[in-house]
Design a protein around this ligand. Structure first.
Ligand SMILES: [Zn+2]
Length: 343
């Protein structure tokens, strides 16, 4: 009982005062709607339908008076519960609903009940790593699940397109770039099913720059919090420079690595096409009234490297062709000599 009151106090401290627990029917409605929205948008989760539905149904859901500076729906990991502001209908499923329920789904604890991992975010005694990249991926999934479309935004001197213009727009743009490069299904499974697919693909793709990219996402989220608290004056410049640095890291690491792996002409064409599609996702920074990024400069660099590689491949191909002709000619001569001696 003491623990119960203790917890109520803690909740109140963060701005949530719980009022009525959801009825069985309300829980069923929310669990079914959230599961349907997720599975319809991401068929890769189809096999998990029942698991997701049962898990969601078992979530503690409450109505609460929620402080206006908080989101209208909140997942509180300390007691594994979701609190809906009293005005929210269980029938309206928004990106906020999906976002918070994904956090509930990705809660992964040790046998002692300690939170160990949340999707792409790893927690240990000393540090939390990957909070930013996980938030970005969760918000991407939530926005896409409720069919939000891409919107152009201008923020902190940056212009970019994102599926989530109102919530973490800069980070969701960056995760959209990563998702385009390593594949959506891998990210979805890593985030919702808490498996290693994403981590493996991410570290294999971005290798020595993986940790730097993850840290930059964490820095962006930290800056976002400071913006709310008005702690830093130059946050706009800082945010813009971290964004551009991360974008450059993602682009260069990925395409340099793909370049090294090229084996034939078809792969060159695929990479070239992929770069043209990728560049459409990148954001630009405003300097002296002009928007620019390093991607166009890098495009001409990588394209000329790809052209050279293409010439090399064709040159070695015609060399092999010559060898084949030469050896067949040679074997004919040998045959002739052999037949001569037989005679
Ligand atoms: Zn979140």
């Amino acid at each position: 009982m003491e623990a119960y009151f203790e917890h109520r106090k803690k909740l109140k401290k963060i701005g949530i005062e719980k009022t009525i627990e959801f009825t069985k029917e309300q829980k069923e409605t929310v669990a079914k709607k959230v599961t349907d929205v997720l599975i319809n948008s991401f068929p890769v989760l189809q096999e998990e339908y029942n698991n997701i539905l049962i898990k969601l149904y078992n979530c503690n859901m409450w109505y609460a008076k929620v402080n206006s500076n908080l989101s209208k729906i909140n997942y509180i990991y300390q007691n594994n519960s979701i609190y809906f502001d009293e005005g929210i209908s269980v029938n309206s499923i928004t990106d906020i609903t999906i976002h918070e329920f994904i956090h509930y789904l990705q809660d992964f604890r040790t046998t002692k009940g300690k939170l160990k991992r949340m999707g792409l975010c790893n927690l240990n005694e000393l540090s939390i790593k990957g909070l930013g990249i996980n938030e970005a991926a969760v918000q991407y999934i939530a926005s896409k699940a409720v069919k939000k479309t891409k919107t152009q935004i201008n923020k902190c001197n940056i212009t970019l397109k994102t599926i989530s213009p109102n919530y973490y727009p800069i980070m969701t743009n960056l995760i959209e770039q990563i998702i385009f490069l390593i594949g959506e299904n891998t990210v979805i499974k890593g985030v919702i099913e808490n498996n290693d697919e994403f981590n493996d693909a991410f570290f294999n793709t971005f290798e020595e720059n993986s940790q730097k990219i993850i840290n930059n996402f964490d820095e962006i989220i930290e800056l976002n919090n400071n913006i709310f608290l008005n702690k830093k004056n130059n946050y706009q410049e800082l945010l813009a420079s971290i964004y551009i640095e991360t974008q450059d890291l993602i682009m260069k690491t990925y395409f340099e690595k793909q370049y090294e792996l090229i084996e034939n002409a078809e792969e060159i064409e695929n990479i070239s096409r992929k770069f043209d599609e990728y560049i459409e996702l990148t954001g630009k920074i405003q300097i002296d009234g002009y928007y620019y990024n390093n991607c166009e400069i890098y495009r001409s660099k990588i394209k000329s490297k790809l052209d050279k590689k293409m010439i090399e491949i064709y040159a070695s191909r015609s060399k092999t062709a010559l060898t084949v002709i030469y050896s067949s000619r040679l074997s004919r001569i040998i045959q002739k000599i052999k037949s001569y001696f037989k005679v």
